[in-house]
Each structure stands twice: as structure tokens, then as C-alpha cells.
Write a protein of this length. Structure first.
Length: 695
């Protein structure tokens, strides 16, 4: 039959006690009379009351045929430490026999017994039949061996009465005797109780382990927040304590020879629990939890941990009473700090305080339970489980706020990145192998081959003299706003603006740069039509293109730096753009760029000659691209291309008359060919015309 999950939590509470009728049955003078009780399948009660007690006598069921008199009737469950026989207090060490007779009603269902641990070993008989035990019971301290082991005993044909005989020996712990309630009831009730308790404690321990490692993992991911570390360690500590207390799950699977080691684990987990809890609360509310008092309590608990490590159980087990006093002081400290956090309206203080108080109450319950003041069960794990869920809520709240903050910061960062990209191109960062502007350092540089494009307005100074400063800026932004998208469209990026001009880089090849230059000239033609409509003069733009190796990097100083490109190729591209004024060309391209075109013949170009540019010792071959010249001029340039290039070659060979003849013929065909006119002027300087020849 499937049981709902909520019964894991409710069932232990239902089994804590019995109905008013059943709880009225108590052991009196070694006898429990149940003949008038309704013993059915749900029957279960604790065998509490006055048992027969035989001090320093290990009696077997056969010994009771002689009807020995008990030393006293000892109330159970309780340690025998404070019991007095003949005016003498027994103390914790020793051995004894307990005896109880249970009178049963007729037609009782199958019955069972559930024993937790006794201090610190026991043997058990029912109706003269040996049923089992834990550890080794002996009157000799050297032979006795302790063990904690929860056990179920199914009674075989109990008849009208049940005689229980239990031998207990203790030479290893501060407390001796039967200090845990012995449960008696029907087979179904006892086994169901045991099953629910195991499931509850196992589920609780497993949940605590998961939450513990989860919070420790959060700390490893974000070490700035130590609250997750302390809370995770606290969960693991209570999970471990849950496994060695209550149903003592670990004692049931580990050989009893390791009793001392498991008991040390129990005490150490108890001693480190308070420091971890205090550190957790203080990490949440550092101003509310007093530091000095926290340090004192942590120091005391660490000293108790050291005591557990270096002494045997019969010594360090006496520290529990002192430690419980420390816990009470710690509870008062936590209460004080939490109330202050609520008054000061700290984040999550109400939820943390409420669940902390629930947890504190379970801690106090465990203290009173361990002192046999009340007889409930270990509740600290249950209280912590509630506390964990509150922390999960607070953690979710914290993460929700953090995510909202992150989203806002991310949105701001995106806006910042978009703003930065207007000043520092993303492509520039990519070539420097940087993710963002934050990664840029002074001196970062990379060397690569690119095509450089310079674009500039001719005679802009003359044009700007007729405009106000605002009109100048508006004009330039309108002009540059038409050029920038065309450069990006052709896989380039603008490295810098140079007043009325700009420098752009094309990483993927010269063809992109040339295509961008052609599209820019088309855009300028459209722009000129608009300028004419506005009553302003048209502009002419020159573009120079060159390909070579260059260095991208950062220059400046720590507080002010800039990205730049340093290379002979950049200087040469700038000089080539300057040649557009001399040759009257819209686009001039170097031979290094021309030969890198996939198919140069699909463009209209002609050789302008070898020119010496400033900064270069060797002459540079340059070419004019005239695809966007007016149709008639373009056709004439194509037809006269051969003669033009022959004229240049003749000029270089010193055949000045032949060169003049060719260039003059070109000018007759196209009087607006400024390049041909330039060469005529050069020839005039080299070989002045004589009057007769010129006539």
C-alpha cells in the first residue's frame, strides 16, 4: 500500500504518545496490568514506570524462580546514576538486571517490542527465552563491550503474561541504565512505527546532505557570500548527527567495535553545530550578532571538540551537561540578534527569525529529552528541515533580486558596449583578441595584412567658411552618416575620423575596399543632388586604397589611451588619397591592392604611372578606377587607355615628344581628362615648348 509523503512527518508525531486511555497504563512495582486494555492492531505504548531493579546482579530468568527481592523499583526510562540504594548514589558505571511482568488481556494480537539503546550494552529475555542484545554484558570492565543498536523483537506465543528480563552493563559512558523508552504493542503498530521512523530520519538526513552540498556549491561559485558555506556545513553536520542519534542508523550498519568512533562523531557533531549556526547568522546579520560573544562560544565548543578527540567516552561524555548550558547561552544570543534584525527590518529577518525560533525550540526539546526531563524524541532534524525550507525561500528571494539586478546591469552593460563600440570598433577588439573594452591594456598590439581606405572631401575648408559651426557639424555628420554603413556593409570598419575624412580598414581583402569606395561615390552623387536642392555647392570626394602589413594597437598612457594603426601601408594609403587631387580622379588604388582583386578586368581602370610619394624611396605604381565617371568620359578613358599608358611609358623612357603627342591626342578627345592635363604640365616643365613649335 502506498503511503502519502506527508505521513513521513505526521507519523512520528502520532506515535509519540497514545490515547488518554493507553497512557494511563504505567508500570507499578514491576508489573504492568493491561488486562482491561483494548489491545488491538494499533496498540502501542511506552513501558514507563517502576521496574524491578537488581544492582550489581546479572540475573537470568531461571534465577527468579527463587524469587529474589529487588534492591529498588527504578523508574524507567532513566539513567541509574542518581538512584540510591541503602543511602548510596549508584553513579554511572556498573551492571544490573531489570525485570518487568506484563499482564495481557485475552485474545491479544501478535505483539512486538522495540528497544533503542541502553547504557551501554544489554541482553534480553522474554518468558525465559533469550532474544538478543547489543554489545557484551559482563561484570568485568575488561570484558564488557558497548554497543548502540535499535532492535525489534517479535514475541512468540506470549500467553496471558510476559516476563521481560534485561541485563545492562556500563563501564564506558557517564550514564548507565535503560535511558530510552521501550515500546510495546501489536506487531503491526511496532513495525509501522519503526518503518516510519527509519524513513523519516533517512529522508531527513538525505535532504540535509543534498541541501548541504548545494549550498557549499553555491559558495564555491561565489565565495564572497560566506553564509552559504556556513549553512551548507551546518546542514551536513546535522545530517551526520541524525544518522548517529534517534534510530541510530549508522550504529545498525557498523560493527559494534566502532562504538567509540561513532560516539565521538555524535559528540563532535553536537559541539560544532552551535558554532556553525552562529557563523551563519552572523554572516547574515553581522551588526546584530555580537562578535565577541560569538567568538567566546565558538572557542568553548572547539575546546570541547578537542576534549572529545583526546579522551575516552567515560570522560568526554560528562561534557554534555556543560555544552547544553553553552547552547542555552547561544540560544539567548541568537534570539537577541534575531529580534534586533527584525526591529531593524533586515532582509528576510522575519522569516529567518520565525524558523530559527522553531529550530531553537527543537534544540531545547533535545536537551530536555537527553536529560530525561521529557520523553518525546530527537527533533532537531525536524526543526532544521523547516529552517532549510525557509532558507530556500530566502535564497530564492535573494537570487530573484540578484537576477533582477543582473538583468539591469546586463542591459546597462549592453548599452555601454554599444556606446563604446561607437568609439572603439568591435572589429578592433576582435583583432586584439579581446572580449570587451575592459580587457584592453596599454601596449596591446597585433600585426596583420589589411587594405586601408582613406576618404576625404576636397576643398572642404572653402566650403566650411560659408557655414556656421553648427552647420559644419550637421553637414559632416550627414555626410559621414551616409558613408559609415557602406563601409560596414562591405566588411570594413572605420578606424578613425579625420575631420572631413576618415580611415577605414578591410580585413578580408582589397575587393571589399574598392567596392565600398565605389558605393561611397554613388552615395556622394545622391548627396550632391540634395545639396543642389538646398542651394549649397556640390562636393567632390577622393578615395585612396592600398594593401599591406600593419600593426593595430593601443598608444598613450595609463590614464588616457587610444587605439591606432601604425604602418607604412597606412601612410601610403593616405598619400595615394592625396593623389586624387592631382590627377582629378575619384578613386586611386595601388598596384598592391589591384593585384589582389579577384578579377581586376571587371572594373574600369587605367595605369596612372609610377609616382614618388612622401616617405617612400621607391616609386609606387598607382591606378585610377573610373567606373563612376560620367558615361561619355568613361567611354573615352576606356578607348584612350592604351594611348594614355603608352604616353606614360614614353615619359618614363625620356621620349618627351612622343609622350606629349599621345597626351595631347587624349586631351583633344577628352578635354576634361585632368590626368592627361597633369602630364602635359609636367612635360612643359621638363621640355618647354618653343614659340615656333607651339605656333
Amino acid at each position: 500500500m502506498r503511503r502519502p509523503i506527508w505521513m513521513l512527518f505526521v507519523a512520528p508525531l502520532l506515535f509519540l504518545g497514545c490515547s488518554p486511555e493507553r497512557t494511563s497504563y504505567k508500570v507499578q512495582d514491576g508489573v504492568l496490568d493491561l488486562r482491561s486494555a483494548q489491545v488491538d492492531s494499533s496498540f502501542i505504548l511506552n513501558l514507563d514506570g517502576a521496574w524491578e531493579f537488581y544492582w550489581k546482579r546479572l540475573l537470568t530468568p531461571g534465577d527468579f524462580q527463587k524469587a529474589p527481592a529487588p534492591d529498588i523499583f527504578l523508574d524507567e526510562p532513566d539513567a541509574w546514576n542518581a538512584a540510591r540504594i541503602a543511602g548510596h548514589e549508584l553513579g554511572g558505571t556498573g551492571y544490573a538486571t531489570y525485570r518487568l511482568r506484563i499482564l495481557l488481556p485475552e485474545n491479544s494480537p501478535p505483539l512486538s517490542l522495540k528497544l533503542l539503546d541502553s547504557g551501554s550494552s544489554y541482553r534480553f529475555w522474554v518468558n525465559g527465552q533469550y532474544y538478543g542484545g547489543a554489545g557484551v554484558v559482563s561484570s568485568n570492565p575488561d570484558e564488557a563491550m558497548p554497543s548502540y543498536r535499535t532492535a525489534l523483537y517479535d514475541l512468540i506465543a506470549p500467553g496471558e503474561s510476559v516476563e521481560l528480563v534485561i541485563q545492562v552493563a556500563n563501564f564506558h559512558h557517564r550514564k548507565g541504565g535503560i535511558w530510552e523508552p521501550i515500546k510495546f504493542g501489536s506487531y503491526d503498530a511496532i513495525h509501522s512505527y519503526r518503518e516510519y521512523m527509519l524513513i523519516f530520519e533517512g529522508f531527513l538526513a538525505g535532504s540535509l546532505v543534498i541541501m548541504g552540498f548545494y549550498h557549499i556549491g553555491l559558495f564555491l561559485l561565489r565565495k564572497k557570500d560566506r553564509s552559504t558555506l556556513w549553512f551548507g556545513l551546518f546542514c551536513l553536520d546535522i545530517a551526520l548527527r541524525t544518522m548517529v542519534t534517534g534510530e541510530r542508523i549508522l550504529h545498525g550498519v557498523v560493527p559494534f567495535e566502532y562504538w567509540e568512533a561513532l560516539l565521538k562523531v555524535e559528540y563532535i557533531s553536537m559541539n560544532v553545530g552551535l558554532p556553525l549556526f552562529l557563523l551563519f547568522l552572523r554572516s547574515l546579520y553581522p551588526s546584530e550578532i555580537p562578535l565577541r560573544m560569538t567568538q567566546i562560544l565558538i572557542g568553548i565548543d572547539l575546546a570541547l571538540v578537542l576534549l572529545v578527540l583526546v579522551t575516552p567516552a567515560r570522560i568526554y561524555s560528562h561534557s554534555v551537561d556543560f555544552h547544553q548550558l553553552v547552547i542555552v547561552v547561544g540560544v539567548l544570543l541568537c534570539t537577541y540578534g534575531l529580534l534586533k534584525s527584525v526591529v531593524r527590518r533586515r532582509d528576510g529577518a522575519v522569516v529567518v527569525s520565525l524558523t530559527s525560533f522553531i529550530f531553537i525550540l527543537t534544540v531545547l526539546n533535545d536537551i530536555l529529552y537527553n536529560q530525561q526531563v521529557i520523553f518525546t524524541f530527537q527533533m532537531v532534524g525536524f526543526g532544521l528541515f523547516i529552517f532549510i525550507f525557509s532558507q530556500s525561500f530566502i535564497l530564492s528571494l535573494k537570487f530573484s533580486r540578484a537576477f533582477s539586478t543582473i538583468e539591469a546591469l546586463s542591459e546597462n552593460l549592453q548599452r555601454y558596449n554599444r556606446a563604446y563600440s561607437r568609439f572603439v570598433p568591435r572589429e578592433f577588439l576582435r583583432f586584439l583578441q579581446k572580449e570587451s573594452i575592459l580587457d584592453i591594456h596599454l601596449g596591446d598590439q597585433v600585426q596583420t595584412e589589411m587594405t586601408v581606405l582613406f576618404v576625404d572631401i576636397r576643398s572642404f575648408t572653402t566650403i566650411s567658411e560659408h557655414m556656421t559651426p553648427k552647420e559644419n557639424f550637421d553637414f559632416l555628420n550627414d555626410y559621414l552618416g551616409r558613408i559609415g554603413p557602406l563601409i560596414r556593409k562591405n566588411n570594413g570598419f572605420i578606424d578613425k575620423y579625420l575631420g572631413d575624412g576618415l580611415m577605414a580598414l578591410f580585413p578580408e581583402g582589397a575587393e571589399d575596399a574598392l567596392q565600398a569606395a565605389l558605393e561611397i561615390q554613388k552615395a556622394i552623387n545622391v548627396f550632391n543632388e540634395e545639396l543642389t536642392q538646398w542651394g549649397r555647392p556640390a562636393i567632390r570626394v577622393g578615395a585612396g586604397i592600398h594593401t599591406g602589413r600593419l600593426m593595430l594597437g593601443t598608444v598613450g598612457e595609463q590614464e588616457r589611451m587610444d587605439g591606432t594603426v601604425i604602418s607604412d601601408a597606412v601612410n601610403l594609403a593616405s598619400r595615394i588619397e592625396g593623389l586624387t587631387r592631382s590627377y582629378g580622379s575619384s578613386i586611386v588604388i595601388s598596384e598592391e591592392s589591384l593585384v589582389r582583386l579577384e578579377d581586376p578586368n571587371k572594373f574600369c581602370y587605367r595605369f596612372l604611372g609610377k609616382v614618388r610619394v612622401k616617405g617612400k624611396t621607391e616609386p609606387v605604381s598607382v591606378f585610377e578606377v573610373f567606373d563612376l565617371d560620367p558615361t561619355e568620359m568613361r567611354i573615352v578613358k576606356q578607348v584612350t587607355r592604351t594611348e594614355f599608358e603608352k604616353g606614360i611609358m614614353a615619359l618614363h623612357r625620356g621620349e618627351y615628344d612622343e609622350a606629349r603627342k599621345l597626351f595631347e591626342g587624349i586631351l583633344r578627345a577628352n578635354p576634361e581628362d585632368e590626368a592627361a592635363a597633369l602630364y602635359i604640365r609636367k612635360l612643359d616643365k621638363l621640355v618647354p615648348r618653343n614659340e615656333g613649335r607651339s605656333a
